[in-house]
Design a protein around this ligand. Sequence first.
Ligand code: ATP
Ligand code: MG
Length: 383
Amino acid sequence: MKLSDFIRSNLECILQEWEDFASTLEPMADANKKELRDHAAAVLKVVATDLDTPQAEHESIAKSKGQGPQATDDTAAEIHAADRVASGFTGEQVMAEYRALRSSVLRLWARQAEIATAGDIQDMIRFNESIDQAQTESMARYAKMLREAQNLFLAILGHDVRTPLGAISMGAQVLLQDQTLPAKVLKVALRIFNSSKRMDAIVRDLLDFSTTHLGDGIPVDPHTVDLAEIGQGVVEEARTFHPDRRIDLMVEGDLTGAWDGARMSQAFSNLISNAVQHGWPEAPVKVALRGLPAEVIYEVRNKSDPISPAKLRTLFDPVKRFAIRPASERASARTQNLGLGLYVVKQIVAAHEGEVSVISNEYDGVVISARLPRVVPHRRNDD
Ligand SMILES: Nc1ncnc2c1ncn2[C@@H]1O[C@H](COP(=O)(O)OP(=O)(O)OP(=O)(O)O)[C@@H](O)[C@H]1O
Ligand SMILES: [Mg+2]
């Protein structure tokens, strides 16, 4: 008997075996058994139809790698995964269900039919490929749903944290404007103001990271802006936050063009705060903005110990950098920065079709430059 015919005519008995196994998995108790059985039946029917469809060799290889043709509607396997997430199943449990489905079918088939011909073996290979495909679809959907939930969670957290943070910073600003207050109080108010601004920048970077690191990058909305003005604003803000540090700004050439002003300001601000935070405090931070005919270059340089080659390689990849930290350092990671600043800078610059480069050596210290091409005319979005 052909495997596809066997599946169709023994569907009930296969599903019973599978269900017996699935009910040993913890969250099954409160799951809706009928619906789950329907998904498994749908997956099996897709598999049976697949077995009856002639397939070229290359398709077979693609399928075993989980790269089969994509249906536009949700597949049975994707719907199954979504329901499993909702009933609290882990990824391992969803995988285990497919293992059970695979073994139920093959065991029952072997028991009832003699597997002897080359066609039977071919059927078995095709069956395994189909189950692989369904399993891959399920896992991809499962991971996507968890990722989306995580992003939503972070977005809400970020939103909720930024509101009280705004109130703290406003309160500090009110105090700072009150000249009748003693110098000691003003100093504390300045510290509160700077810290709340810093926290706000961290939360903003974290939100950008969580929404972009597996997606299409940071969305930008380019309008005609003057980067000289934006650069000046960011430097002045940094000088206010760090009155004890020297921050020089050099501006030359035409710096107007189509860029997203708010995002550029965020990128500049991340680079300058890095220079202040990680550079030697006694040396000045040198910021330069150059408008050339084809591009604009934004450069921040500061003295610092050279960045190690391992760190340089992962400078724009916070997750990898975190992973390669020695265990002792990782354990104390709470006290360190998350390291999202440069990642966000790179994303913003890349969204403008530009590039970020880093030089780090004994002589130059650290020089981080962003090159922004002048936007090509047809993409110009003048207001
Ligand atoms: N201007 C700089 N001078 C010296 N080291 C730098 C400089 N900029 C970045 N670094 C090094 O690169 C690392 C990554 O910088 P990044 O801005 O991505 O993260 P961070 O500053 O550690 O954390 P965050 O920006 O999220 O608060 C820093 O921890 C620091 O070691
Ligand atoms: Mg930083």
